[in-house]
Design a binder for this molecule. Structure first.
Ligand code: OXD
Ligand code: MN
Length: 593
């Protein structure tokens, strides 16, 4: 049997480029030891036990939550930090007004100063990972160096991590280099820097998911979107779901919604009773890489291998699949605890919290028991509805793309774009209320084009051009829709029940793709008439339905003017074709009475 040292040597010799970089980083950060991750169960178990031993992971009640643990993060490190997240391109304009920018040499100097000696006394973990099925031509690899064992455990659940990924890296020309340290978790000494031209990420001072699991937002969205642009594909903030009808046909749909707006719930939707015989297959719940296929269709892979989902609100009726999935082998971050050591969160539906997410005796005066952005991390293969196509190297062909936002008013329940270019306009104009997934005010409406505001690694004007270019290469493009599950009445009550009932809207979309359902043409696109939706068995009042499917022309006139001024922020890079789409929409609304 090989010793640990021999195993390390064997891994390091697989890829001398990685080994040389690890040596450079170690010389700078001065760790006490270096651990090359092989991705094995034994390694996962050892790291987990180590964290339990030092008190960072708390085993949860093993009868109801076998293999589950609680991790409490620093109270000042609970969400993504967009104001500390930078895209460092040589030319400032390439990062665009949608990103914070720093000149690359200055950014490296700042980060290198933070990293100097920061791993003293700590272990440096080398985490080779593959984003996407290990044998997919569309997958891309990276290596994260981190000093956090919690990050390693999460990367093991969220990516294809370890020996196989390193083997693939050894066969390829490039890999993404991600350097991470939790530092002192000081918000004043925290930065997440991206160098897309160098395929490099440097993240310091945070252990939170989106800031620290570098395969996720940093690699699979910001760096990948940059790569995708030069290589002719798209890296998107989208769930991908297979919807199987009672005839056994499965159609795939990709949906881009901002963070904490229900992507995981939709990806794991439970059909309502009326839809007996329908099945939902999860391909992915957060990120999709989209490639034009040789048949003129658009194909999607999920670069991730696990779910990092929002816990509060998850219960047997909102998301039974997630609820059951997270009852074993799950890492919970920042949930509350019951007296018998079960995890507790607002909306769990049973139990009583005794300790809040910070470990204090629960007192409602301190706010919610679980942090609103409390998360679960779990291997996707634990999901009973994990799609048999989720590991297909070529991905799944998309029938529809759906954009959406969380808006109390204006945006109807669903609208179908007239064509691809109009769909790009609908996507570019997405607006949504902010959520607890990012630090800052919650509930403020902001533009979030394609749900990529925090994640596009380059100028939005160039990004919209790229969307139009990709569409031009598709002879059988997916139909594009915009949805809003979050419309409210004057009293703040939701007009649409959401969750499983959203299948009624998805079924209408798929029937539209096959030319089998009706719609009315409006100046903002095609909307279902009430009779076009299967509403049997759903509790929606007729006047609520009228409101959900109404187009308020006066409000839309203002909205389109606001979109025009928003696009103005990206001049002169906004593609003429997108401005023409907007002008045409404004003309249609102006002409309508
Ligand atoms: C996420 C996010 O964690 O979007 O997926 O913030
Ligand atoms: Mn997300």
């Amino acid at each position: 049997m090989a010793t640990a040292q021999e195993r390390v040597a064997a891994l390091a010799s697989l890829e001398p480029r990685v080994a040389a970089w690890v040596q450079d980083v170690a010389a700078h950060t001065r760790p006490a030891r270096i651990h090359w991750c092989d991705g094995s169960d034994a390694e996962y178990e050892t790291l987990r036990q180590g964290l339990v031993h030092d008190g960072s992971l708390l085993p949860l009640e093993p009868g109801r939550f076998p293999g589950c643990y609680l991790y409490r993060s620093d109270p000042a490190d609970v969400a993504r930090v967009e104001h500390l997240t930078y895209v460092c391109t040589r030319a400032r304009e390439d990062a665009g007004p949608n990103n914070y920018w720093m000149e690359p040499r200055e950014a490296h100097a700042r980060m290198d100063a933070l990293f100097a000696g920061c791993m003293r006394g700590r272990t440096l973990y080398v985490v080779p990972y593959c984003m996407g099925p290990i044998d997919s031509p569309y997958a891309r690899c990276g290596v994260e160096i981190t000093d956090s064992a919690y990050v390693v455990l999460n990367m093991r659940l969220m990516t294809r991590m370890g020996r196989d990924a390193l083997g693939r890296i050894a066969r390829e020309d490039t890999f993404v280099k991600g350097l991470h340290s939790t530092g002192e978790l000081d918000p004043e000494r925290r930065f997440i820097m991206h160098f897309p031209e160098e395929l490099t990420i440097k993240s310091f001072g945070s252990g939170y998911g989106g800031n620290a699991l570098l395969g996720k937002k940093c690699h699979a969205l910001r760096i990948a979107s940059w790569q995708a642009r030069s290589e002719g594909w798209l890296a998107e903030h989208m769930l991908v779901v297979g919807i199987e009808n009672p005839r056994g046909e499965t159609h795939y749909v990709a949906c881009a919604f901002p963070s904490a707006c229900g992507k995981t719930n939709l990806a794991m939707l439970i059909p309502p009773a009326r839809f007996a015989g329908w099945r939902i297959w999860t391909v992915g719940d957060d990120i999709a890489w989209l490639h034009p296929g040789s048949d003129g269709r658009l194909y999607a892979i999920n670069p991730e291998a696990g779910y990092f989902g929002v816990v509060p609100g998850t219960n047997a009726s909102t998301n039974r699949v997630a609820f059951e999935t997270i009852h074993r082998d799950t890492i919970f971050t920042n949930v509350a605890l019951t007296a018998d050591g079960q995890p507790w969160w607002e909306g769990r539906g049973e139990g009583t919290p005794v300790l809040d997410w910070r470990g204090r005796p629960y007192d409602p005066a301190n706010g919610p028991a679980a942090h609103p952005n409390a998360r679960f991390t779990v291997d996707a293969r634990r999901n009973p509805n994990y799609s048999p196509m989720a590991d297909a190297p070529a991905g799944v062909p998309l029938s529809a793309i759906v954009f959406g936002g969380r808006r109390r008013s204006l945006a109807p329940l669903v609208v179908q774009a007239r064509d691809w270019a109009h769909g790009v306009l609908l996507g570019a104009a997405v607006a949504s209320e902010t959520t607890a997934a990012a630090a800052g005010a919650v509930g403020v409406v902001r533009r979030d084009p394609m749900a990529m505001k925090p994640f596009a690694g380059y100028h939005f004007g160039d990004y919209w051009s790229h969307w139009l270019d990709v569409g031009a290469r598709l002879t059988r493009p997916p139909a594009i829709f915009h949805v809003n599950w979050f419309r409210q009445d004057a009293g703040g009550r939701y007009l649409w029940p959401g969750f499983g009932e959203n299948l009624r809207v998805l079924a209408w979309m798929l029937a539209r793709c096959g030319g089998a359902s009706g719609a009315r043409e409006t100046p903002i696109g095609w909307l279902p008439r009430p009779q076009d939706l299967d509403l049997q068995g759903v509790a929606v009042a007729p006047d609520a339905l009228d409101e959900l499917l109404a187009v308020d022309l006066t409000a839309w006139r203002e909205e389109l003017a606001a979109i025009e001024s928003y696009f103005g922020e990206f001049a002169p890079r906004v593609p003429a074709a997108l401005l023409a789409e907007l002008a045409a929409a404004r003309a249609r609304v102006a002409a309508a009475r």
